[in-house]
Design a protein around this ligand. Structure first.
Ligand code: C2O
Length: 536
């Protein structure tokens, strides 16, 4: 592979959205920032220079980072943040992956504006396993707040209540003309009858799962999270924060303007935000003043529409792209994920209590030094490895709040032997309200082998698991009041974060980390840290 060099200058920039202007953190002055292009097998070097007053770190979401955890990016997990005026070169090789992923800031809420696409093309001369589209286009879905996102996070942390909802969703950085601010044009894609367009769709929103739809056109899904799937054609896709979807749309009309829209799925009732982001497919020759054919996205509670998409996903599982599902399980884990309530005498807004979040009733406490360094240099007292493999009080979902609402706090990791296989059942608790949790695992792809509503039943449910062609991905939506089962092989030594990709839930503590020990072979250990690794 080639070596690709990128310079990411983190700088403030004034941006105008929703007819008002504010200063935002950007990479190279743009939000979304630059697309990182590479081919499978390439080595990527990104020099990140921090010119802002905040600490910064960048995560290459979905990149496996085999043995290079130092380049993964989550602040205080694999690295200390890059402090103002400092820089760090992320150095990693793209091994066995091709498709769409994205990069984003991985500290506080900076990823609201600090994100961009990663496009990994197949090795030179290797075709896609589907007809080559005529045009490829990155489509990044996001959220926009009129106020500063730091103010929004502080409000949530201090009050212990849900944060202010965003003021709009965005498509490639723009909400499109919406009520109250008609003047701002949205993103538009020019198309021509007969041509095919592969949309590399990324959900970079902080707190919203989204529906995405185009008026008068169908979407053929060919890949999710940079793994090929068996192609299927559908009207509406659903995409959680942290997920990516490649879908091909064929231009079948002679002319016209057709609306593209993104709107929320399963909004928490505590944070209702129904602003739909709009953009257009614009056939060449169509006057810009021509009316747009509108589309209506499903309502936020359209669970059946979401399941119709999710249940259609299957690994391609072809000769060239086999699904290597672990058939035997070394570690069988059961994690409850959800929100809870802890006492908080200082939280005035919450009447002396606050919303927390946890996994197996543990609210993860961020350390003040990076876990991967503490692990590598054998520094004691930073973390413990007693993360529970099962909930401390056995969980029973009844639809009503169970007794174990509270959480304890700790920086607890779960230790895995190198190359062991893991089955992890993620059980949503939905204690406070219906909640969806898009759970993202760093350092691995996993297979989504099973899914259900209510309680996971270890006696019955495994018999129904798909161990042949389950979809392989890095972020999975745990359904409200239900569960998913995933399997992966712990073949990547290091410390790997796992968390809800709804930023507010992560902030409240819905996160943990796996510690994968080194193997014995020459290529089974974490590589030494780079010289310029930031210090805390
Ligand atoms: Cu995309 Cu830990 O995140």
């Amino acid at each position: 592979g080639r070596v690709r060099h990128y310079n990411f200058n983190v700088v403030m920039k004034k941006a105008n959205r929703l007819c008002s202007t504010k200063s935002i953190v950007t990479v190279n002055g743009h939000s979304p920032g630059p697309t990182l292009y590479a081919r499978e097998g390439d080595t990527v070097l990104v020099r990140v220079v921090n010119h802002v007053k905040y600490n910064v770190s960048i995560h290459w979401h979905g990149i496996r980072q085999l043995r290079t955890g130092w380049a993964d990016g989550p602040a205080y997990i694999t690295q200390c943040p890059i402090q103002p005026g400092q820089n760090y070169v992320y150095n990693f090789t793209i091994t066995g992956q091709r498709g769409t992923l994205f990069w984003h800031a991985h500290i506080l809420w900076l990823r609201a504006t600090v994100h961009g696409a990663i496009v990994i093309l197949p090795k030179l001369g290797v075709p896609y396993p589907f007809p080559k589209p005529d045009v490829e286009q990155v489509v990044i879905l996001g959220e926009w707040w009129k106020s500063d996102t730091e103010a929004v996070i502080n409000q949530a942390l201090k009050s212990g209540l849900a944060p202010n909802v965003s003021d709009a969703h965005t498509i490639n950085g723009h909400p499109g003309p919406i009520s109250g601010c008609q003047t701002q044009a949205g993103f538009h894609l020019s198309v021509e009858n007969g041509k095919s367009y592969m949309l590399r769709i990324i959900n970079a929103a902080l707190n919203e799962e989204l529906f995405f739809k185009i008026a008068g056109h169908k979407l053929t899904v060919v890949e999710v999270d940079a793994v090929y799937v068996k192609p299927f054609t559908i009207d509406t896709i659903v995409i959680a924060p942290g997920q990516t979807t490649n879908a091909i749309v064929t231009a079948t009309k002679n002319s016209g303007k057709f609306m593209m829209a993104a709107s929320p799925f399963m909004d928490s009732p505590i944070a209702v935000d129904n602003r739909t982001a709009v953009a257009t497919l614009h056939y060449t020759g169509t006057l810009s003043t021509s009316p747009t054919t509108l589309t209506v996205t499903p309502p936020p509670n359209a669970t059946a529409t979401a399941n119709n998409f999710i249940d259609s996903l299957r690994s391609l599982n072809s000769k060239n792209f086999p699904a290597k599902v672990p058939l035997k399980v070394d570690h069988s884990l059961y994690f409850t994920v959800g929100l809870g309530i802890n006492p908080c005498p200082t939280c005035k807004a919450g009447n002396g209590s606050r919303v927390v979040a946890g996994i197996n009733n543990v609210t993860f406490v961020m350390p003040t030094t990076a876990l991967l360094q503490a692990h590598y240099f054998n520094q004691k007292g930073v973390f413990t490895t007693d993360f529970p493999g099962n909930p401390p009080v056995s969980f029973n979902y009844t639809g009503a709040p169970p007794k174990n609402l509270g959480t304890t706090s700790g920086t607890k990791l779960y230790k895995l032997k190198y190359n062991s296989t893991v089955q992890l059942v993620l059980q949503d608790t939905s204690i406070i309200a219906p909640e969806n949790h898009p759970i993202h695992l760093h350092g691995f792809n996993f297979f989504a082998v099973g899914k259900g509503l209510g309680n996971y039943n270890p006696k019955v449910d495994p018999k129904k698991f798909n161990l042949v062609d389950p979809v392989e991905r890095n972020t999975i939506g745990v359904p409200s009041g239900g569960w998913v089962a995933i399997r992966f092989r712990a073949d990547n030594p290091g410390v790997w974060f796992m968390h809800c990709h709804l930023e507010i839930h992560t902030t409240w503590g819905l996160k943990m980390a796996f510690l994968v020990e080194n193997g014995k072979g020459p290529n089974e250990s974490l590589l030494p840290p780079p010289k310029d690794l930031p210090k805390c």
